[in-house]
Design a protein around this ligand. Structure first.
Ligand code: PHE
Length: 367
């Protein structure tokens, strides 16, 4: 409801404009209250004081109407100021009685931080995103066909054994190709899903959890993370693989980190390799963490096997590609010199604070 409109003559305060300030009084602090009292009712330059002073210059009719409105509003302000002052004083007395000492420093708050594995995964994905790789994901429950057979594992491969892989009792959904359901043992089945879904050129990184029938110890977990990489196009060679993964190591570890590739074997890549980076703790001199070798293995990789391309209905004479798989849990151990992978599963803040912040060190707490 409007208290009055400003007089016809210009230059008089618009009383309606003061209403929000009247409303706000009940939330003012003691200092703000004092300042507001001076601003509105102050003898020298208070807004309402000025309005009253200006009345004399108005024609009689206007003076009556406007003067009454100003006086009314003044009373409302006075009441509100007094009410707020009383409330603040009552508050102060309650606190005093309860022995609350407002000058005491506040308690530090616990502030969350990203888990080191999450942080490393995001960082790795970020580096590949800079290179134009998209992110793909796939299901953690897979069929034998996606997890093994399409990836060129022979049907009697030991990884398919119940001792190494966690199988599910449930039957696969109708229409899914191939065999029993299992918890995927690696992120490589998403290579197949990606190539079946979209024709080359393909450049993807694939983060996710994988599961193996392994007992937990200092270097093994039955459930851990992987990041897969896949690039398929015309004319891709081992040079692309080496250059990209070396660039990755330089971005992720340091620009001077040395890398090396050792021959290896995976059914779905040919040739296959293992990539090592210079030990991040001893810088190649040899220490217990790298078992005296000066090197740390960080990933498996290789040229996509022609049989895998053919299983995805691609002409292996026309297309080539490379792939890699790495384990972020392991990479956290290497990067921060963590001696036991199980530390990554516990919620021990003393440990997480050491590796929870950029570059290690620092804590998840407010200062
Ligand atoms: N899937 C492999 C593993 O889990 C890693 C890998 C991925 C190797 C892609 C080569 C190419 O060990």
């Amino acid at each position: 409801m409007s208290v009055s409109s400003a007089p016809v003559s210009t230059g008089y305060p618009n009383l309606d404009a003061l209403l929000p300030r009247l409303e706000a009084i009940s939330a003012l602090t003691a200092e703000a209250l004092e300042a507001e009292q001076i601003a509105i009712l102050g003898r020298k330059s208070g807004l309402l004081t000025a309005a009253l002073k200006s009345l004399a210059a108005l024609p009689v009719e206007e003076r009556k109407r406007y003067g009454a409105a100003v006086n009314q509003l003044k009373v409302r302000f006075e009441t509100a100021f007094a009410g707020r002052a009383e409330a603040l004083e009552a508050d102060r007395r309650v606190r005093e009685a309860a022995g609350v000492d407002l000058s005491m420093p506040g308690r530090r708050r616990w502030v969350g931080a990203e888990h080191p594995v999450t942080k490393v995964v995001d960082e790795i994905l970020g580096i590949f995103r800079e290179l134009g790789f998209a992110i793909a994901t796939g299901p953690e429950v897979e069929t034998e066909w996606y997890n093994f057979l399409a990836l060129n594992f022979p049907a009697d491969h030991p990884a398919m054994d119940m001792h190494d892989t966690l199988y599910l009792d449930a039957p696969p959904a109708a229409g899914e190709p191939g065999g029993k359901l299992l918890l995927r043992t690696h992120t490589s089945p998403v290579q197949i899903r990606t190539l079946l879904a979209s024709p080359p050129p393909v450049r993807v990184v694939i983060p996710g959890m994988v599961y193996r029938n392994d007992a937990m110890d200092a270097s093994h977990l039955p459930a851990f993370s992987q990041i897969e990489g896949l690039a398929v196009d015309e004319g891709i060679s081992f040079v692309d693989l080496k250059a990209t993964l070396t660039h990755f190591a330089h971005r992720f570890f340091s620009p001077t980190t040395r890398t090396r590739f050792r021959p290896s074997f995976f059914p779905f890549t040919e040739p296959s390799a293992e990539m090592d980076v210079e030990c991040q703790l001893c810088h190649g001199n040899g220490c217990p963490a790298c078992k005296g070798t000066g090197w740390m293995e960080i990933l498996g990789c290789g040229m996509v096997h022609p049989a895998v391309l053919e299983n995805c209905n691609l002409d292996s004479e026309k297309f080539t590609g490379w792939a890699f798989g790495m384990g972020p849990h392991r990479i956290v151990l290497l990067r921060y010199g963590v001696p036991d992978i199980r530390l990554l599963l516990g919620g021990d803040m003393r440990f997480l604070e050491q590796v929870g912040q950029p570059g290690g060190g620092g804590g998840g707490r407010d200062a």
